[in-house]
Design a protein around this ligand. Structure first.
Ligand code: ATP
Ligand code: MG
Length: 326
């Protein structure tokens, strides 16, 4: 069976790391048909639209999407794209790899971030001069869905520790509902879990990341805590992510378009290739996903390495090394 994969490189290093991920997918024995779409600053300059209708349709029709990065227009591209694939869960693993200089070399965390509500509803207003408000939306349905997803993810990926992050002592209604709902999901399953106030959790994650596994979070908390964890494991060039919906999903590196190094051919392709590995898992090719992860890990450890990891290799040389190891 052929899987149709939408490929949207976007801007900056998105143009360099996305082809690297496609090369890796093509080296596997899986039947993919790639359909490329445009998005980001460059296409906006040309057509006036950062996310052309044609690209939306390519993503909507595909079995999954690989997205690189967008520059200035990032919010105009990725927020609607996440809606196109109807993603309710943002999955962000932060794992430290042997042979790299990480703040916390014993980190193996996965943030499961609610992807549809909270303050990201964008309901803000200026009441009067100097007074503004933001309405935070938390629903039982979305909270239950993300908790279900998080507990499933922990079971399927052999994580023993599940933590529900919240701030229900202050946001009694909204995070109160999030917490109660997520705890009820855990209790229904007879699953083990902990709950943690998100501020204290931030501190514990810095000091003892090894105590945590899957962390289920409301939207903004997931954004912030996963970036914090990115800092623990050694840099943006390493972190993949998935936006998962009921029938569709989009995979993208956590990093952006990195204009400071774009065009030089030295971007680290690991984050994007690891995003492709998550795509493989999602489509049921877990063995292939593992093969890709193993090849990336070996390359991170033994090289060649890109300059962000202290090496001098090009994106292409690293990609070739990963493909050779497959
Ligand atoms: P954007 O607005 O698109 O997010 P940015 O300036 O915030 O752009 P990021 O892509 O978020 O840039 O990257 C932040 C820093 O991390 C930059 O210095 C960038 O060079 C570096 N960086 C990000 N991704 C990679 C990568 N894949 N390889 C090497 N360095 C990277
Ligand atoms: Mg950025």
């Amino acid at each position: 069976m052929t899987h149709e994969i939408a490929v949207i490189p976007g801007d900056g290093i998105g143009q360099e790391v996305t082809p690297a991920a496609v090369d890796v997918l093509e080296a596997l024995d899986v039947d993919f048909a790639f359909v490329e779409g445009e998005a980001g600053d460059a296409v906006k300059a040309e057509t006036g639209e950062a996310l052309p209708q044609e690209t939306r349709e390519i993503a909507a029709d595909a079995d999954a999407t690989l997205f690189g990065a967008a520059g200035e227009t990032a919010a105009d591209v990725i927020l609607p794209l996440r809606q196109v694939v109807d993603s309710f869960a943002n999955v962000r693993p932060a794992i430290s790899y042997p042979g790299l200089d990480a703040v916390q070399p014993d980190t193996d965390l996965v943030f499961i971030r609610e992807n549809t509500e909270g303050v990201y509803k964008g309901i803000e207003s200026e009441i009067t001069d100097g007074v503004t408000t933001c309405t935070r939306v938390i629903t039982e349905d979305a909270s239950e869905k993300i908790a279900d997803f998080g507990f499933d993810y922990a079971r399927q990926n052999d994580y023993d520790d599940v933590t529900i992050a919240h701030k229900a002592n202050v946001m009694r209604e909204t995070d109160g509902l999030f917490l109660d709902t997520a705890e009820a999901v855990g209790a229904d399953r007879g699953a083990d879990y902990d709950t943690a106030l998100m501020d204290a959790l931030a501190m514990h994650l810095v000091m003892h990341p090894e105590d945590y596994g899957v962390v289920i979070c409301p939207n903004l908390a997931g954004d912030m805590l996963s970036d914090l964890a990115a800092g623990l494991v050694g840099g943006l060039g390493l972190l993949p992510s998935a936006n998962v919906g009921e029938d569709n999903a989009l995979f993208e590196p956590v990093h952006g378009s990195a204009p400071d190094i774009a065009g030089e051919g030295v971007a680290n392709p690991a984050a994007m290739i690891l995003s492709a590995a998550m795509l493989l898992d999602h489509l049921g090719y877990e063995d292939e996903g593992d093969r890709v992860r193993t090849a990336v890990e070996a390359t991170l450890e033994d090289g060649p390495k890109t300059p962000d990891l202290g090496g001098s290799a090009s994106t292409e040389a690293v990609t070739e090394a990963v493909v050779d190891r497959l």
